[in-house]
Design a protein around this ligand. Structure first.
Ligand code: 48F
Length: 257
């Protein structure tokens, strides 16, 4: 085996994937449960989709379950999505099912990739591209270590017909839009309302309602949807995240038509 051949194989194949991702139908920011589920359903519908994930590992808040007990809970509707992905869950009592967080994270990722999703880890979205009279039309990317080391290095950009903000509690893409574009989000105040304290029942229901196109070209999914619309957090119940991802995919597919 030749080290240089190994290196060339890695460089060429990565470059090919990244070049392919410079023109997308949908760019998903964040490989947590909402982002991976959204991308999975889009890819299954033959939509060209990629996920950009800041961290080394995908899965977002799944791995640690509740307070590092690596189990998650879903309700009846969430269990249907786990079933669809082939993820095992055990009935705890009526309406409550428990799944292994490691199996959830790894299977969502695996099934998304097998469906055709490209996942780029270690890449952070640091800005959006705005075109066509205030429409989000792409993302500005940089290596996460560049941000971490605070290096003064310019980013690169990709074009995408739609963007899904699945960045979790911080709703980073929506924050960028309000801060840098000074755009009015489609919230009552036009701004990010910020998430409220934990209330699982309400949060789970509202996550789904809050999964919408929040700015032209920008859909919000998962916990970021609640952060944007001022709904509560829900803790380690994940049905809302899975269902929100599925709804975001449906919405994106409709908008692409
Ligand atoms: O936080 P995360 O898992 O978001 P989610 O899909 O699910 C929320 C739950 O995990 C949990 C909860 C509910 O049950 O409250 O918190 O809404 O995944 C978000 C991912 O986005 C990445 C981040 O590293 C994480 O993996 N991310 C955040 N900002 C950026 C980003 C960014 N600017 N660029 C790239 N990735």
């Amino acid at each position: 085996m030749d080290e240089v051949v190994i290196s060339r194989a890695i460089i060429e194949s990565y470059q090919k994937d990244l070049l392919e991702a410079t023109e997308l139908d949908v760019a998903v920011v964040g490989a947590g449960p909402a982002g991976m589920v959204a991308a999975y359903y889009l890819a299954r519908g033959s939509v060209k989709v990629a996920i950009f994930e800041r961290k080394l590992s995908v899965g977002g808040g799944i791995w640690g379950g509740g307070m590092m007990f690596n189990k998650i809970v879903v309700q009846e509707e969430g269990k249907e999505i786990l079933d669809e992905f082939g993820i095992a869950s055990v009935r705890y009592q009526k309406g409550y099912y428990v799944a292994n967080a490691v199996e959830v994270a790894s299977t969502l990722c695996s099934r998304a990739m097998k469906a055709g999703v490209s996942i780029f880890n270690l890449i952070s979205v640091e800005d959006v591209v705005i075109r066509e009279a205030d429409r989000v039309s792409g993302l500005v990317l940089n290596w996460s270590p560049v941000q971490m080391a605070n290096l003064h290095i310019d980013p690169l950009a990709i074009r995408s017909r739609l963007v899904i903000d699945a960045t979790g509690h911080d709703a980073e893409v929506c924050q960028l839009v309000t801060r840098k574009v000074r755009g009015e989000l489609r919230t009552p105040s036009g701004k990010m309302a910020g998430e409220k304290s934990m209330w699982a029942e309400v949060a789970e229901r509202e996550t789904l309602e809050n999964t919408r196109e929040v700015y032209p070209g920008l859909i919000v999914a998962g916990m970021s949807a609640n952060a944007v619309f001022g709904s509560p957090r829900m803790g380690p119940i994940f049905g809302g995240m899975l269902l929100s991802g599925k709804k975001a995919a449906k919405l994106a597919a409709e908008l692409l038509e």
